[in-house]
Write a protein that binds this ligand. Structure first.
Ligand code: URA
Length: 229
């Protein structure tokens, strides 16, 4: 067995233990093993939220008002991933509820979607960093397994990273946002694209046109009109 395979197995088992304790979930039948994302992880998003929302794995857990797990349709085709809760999200316990969130709702409405149907919204970090600073790598390391498990439960058709920080975290590449756009990547084997963060559109209206282009592309992927392989 190659070292990287062993390291991957070790990583998977450590993560599983962290999420579920000492119980290990193994397929009872081999029939589904080759069905890729057809693997059904046990439990619901609500159960998972209940399990992790008292997290204190990093110092952000000590400072938060509310843990911001995520919101939306548990069977969403589209998963939007932002960076981290801001002050409004920390107060209300829901992602994207401030000015940037209102704009995101308008963008979704323009492609006939909303946060309760067909869409799930969450962040890389579940707790607010002080003064809205960028997430630290150690905070991402602690929190990313939660996002990975949310993805396994939701099994979306498409993940969209909102902004450079979410893009950098999910792609594991520190490149400018411009270079991340208009490409298909994969995260946990699910197609992923990166677009501007709605807060960036509030700061610079020049980003609105390319964002609109990205969301039209997203719509055509979700409608099956653009094949992404
Ligand atoms: N910005 C984010 O990235 N996420 C939120 O939930 C709010 C603002």
């Amino acid at each position: 067995m190659g070292l990287s395979v062993a390291a991957n197995i070790y990583h998977f088992l450590s993560q599983t233990r962290e999420l579920f304790g000492d119980e290990i979930f193994i397929q009872s039948s081999l029939d589904n093993i080759n069905q890729g994302s057809g693997y059904d992880f046990p439990g619901s998003l609500q159960e998972f939220n209940d399990k992790i929302n008292s997290c204190h794995k990093c110092q952000l857990g000590d400072a938060r008002t509310k843990f911001v797990f995520g919101v939306g349709d548990p069977k969403a085709d589209l998963l939007l991933v932002g960076e981290a809760p801001g002050v409004d999200e920390d107060r209300l316990g829901e992602p994207f509820v401030g000015r940037a969130g209102k704009l995101l709702d308008k963008i979704l409405a323009a492609i006939h979607l909303n946060r309760t149907k067909g869409v799930y919204i969450c962040n890389v970090l579940k707790c607010r960093p002080p003064n809205n600073r960028d997430p630290l790598p150690s905070e991402v390391d602690q929190c990313e397994p939660y996002l990975q498990h949310q993805i396994r439960l939701i099994k979306p058709q498409l993940i969209v990273a909102l902004g450079r920080v979410a893009g950098k975290t999910l792609l594991k590449q520190d490149i400018p946002l411009k270079a991340m756009r208009e490409k298909i990547y994969h995260y946990e084997e699910i197609p992923l694209i990166v677009t501007y963060h709605p807060a960036a559109l509030l700061r610079n209206s020049g980003f609105k046109a390319p964002t609109w282009k990205d969301f039209q592309w997203i719509q055509s992927i979700l409608d099956g009109k653009t094949n992404i392989g």
